[in-house]
Design a protein around this ligand. Structure first.
Ligand code: C2E
Ligand code: MG
Ligand code: MG
Ligand code: MG
Length: 289
């Protein structure tokens, strides 16, 4: 009896595994061609102040697949990391973003827009030639007055603290700043906050979404904001979807936000239009439901 079930079980398991492996392999193969076929797109989400001024933005990658439609980075970044393609892809992201930005600067960008964040995968960041490969790109597209920030995650720091700090210091001297993305969800030693050249903590969306139900995450946000203040770090609240969440955060002296309440990520062309439209101000935030 057990044997018979086992056989069925195995068969089912095999098929699922095979389908998963095949899907992954297809993504991996497709990704190799995605850059040269112009299938990767720079999308951008505004970061705003309490006055709804767009003070900065985050670059978020999208893959427009000819058959599968738009593919989320949640579905292909890990594939890119495991297949070793992430470095080439993120070099493209940096180059494309800076090139856009320098073209935009030829117009009269609102002077309140001062900042662009780019996500860097831990496996890319820890490559021995990370600095050597990124610096020439940064030097090729000077964007005076705009601060370029690399978003890294806490997990990067677990095994590579020494190397990470060295890399960060070199880049900091070249004008790059750093933020901790998804703060509060990863490796949670507080020691690194004081030792690394970090400027910004991005409060993870999971804490912000807890605000609506007034559940246990409210005190966590209090603590993060207080700690950031003591350590002289800026805070960006991620995933703000409602006015209630915004008000809760604003009452606690949070000053920067990123979330659907203000704006979803959009194609870089739309972002540029938004920026130019009302002098870089978002006029009508509305609850995301
Ligand atoms: P992330 O860096 O934490 O970026 C924020 C994510 O939260 C984005 O998802 C954004 O669309 C989403 N988000 C922002 N506001 C809200 C909100 O109010 N509600 C909800 N439900 N979501 C919100 P997205 O664009 O799907 O990207 C997912 C993740 O993919 C990013 O999370 C980042 O970790 C990764 N990613 C994107 N582009 C890159 C890249 O160029 N390199 C690397 N290594 N990772 C990237
Ligand atoms: Mg990010
Ligand atoms: Mg995040
Ligand atoms: Mg993330």
């Amino acid at each position: 009896r057990i044997k018979a079930e086992g056989r069925n079980g195995y068969r089912f398991f095999d098929v699922t595994m095979q389908q998963e492996a095949q899907k992954r392999w297809q993504l991996e193969e497709g990704l190799y061609k995605a850059v040269e076929r112009n299938q990767l797109e720079i999308w951008i989400q505004p970061q705003v102040s309490n006055e709804y001024v767009i003070t900065g933005a985050e670059v978020l990658l999208r893959w427009r697949h000819p058959e599968k439609g738009m593919i989320s980075p949640m579905d292909f970044i890990s594939v890119a990391e495991e297949s070793g393609q992430i470095s080439a892809i993120e070099e493209w992201v940096l180059e494309e973003s800076l090139s856009l930005l320098s073209r935009w600067q030829a117009t009269n960008l609102p002077s309140t827009f001062r900042h662009l964040s780019i996500n860097i995968s831990p496996s890319h960041f820890m490559q021995a030639d990370f600095i050597q490969r990124m610096l020439p790109i940064l030097e090729r597209y000077p964007v005076p007055g705009i601060n370029i920030e690399f978003e890294i995650t806490e997990n990067l720091l677990i095994n590579n603290f020494k190397q990470a700090i060295e890399t960060m210091q070199v880049l900091q001297e070249k004008g790059i700043s750093f933020s901790i993305d998804d703060f509060g969800t990863g490796y949670s030693s507080l020691r690194y906050l004081n030792q690394l050249p970090i400027n910004v903590l991005k409060i993870d969306r999971s804490f912000v979404s807890g605000i609506a139900n007034l559940d246990d995450d409210a005190p966590i946000i209090d603590v993060i904001l207080l700690m950031a203040k003591k350590l002289n770090l800026e805070v960006i609240a991620e995933g703000v979807e409602t006015q209630i969440q915004h008000q809760f955060l604003a009452q606690r002296e949070c000053s920067l936000y990123q979330g659907y309440y203000f704006s979803k990520p959009m194609h870089h062309r739309d972002f540029f239009n938004l920026l130019m439209q009302d002098n870089g101000v978002i006029n009508t935030p509305s609850d995301y439901v």
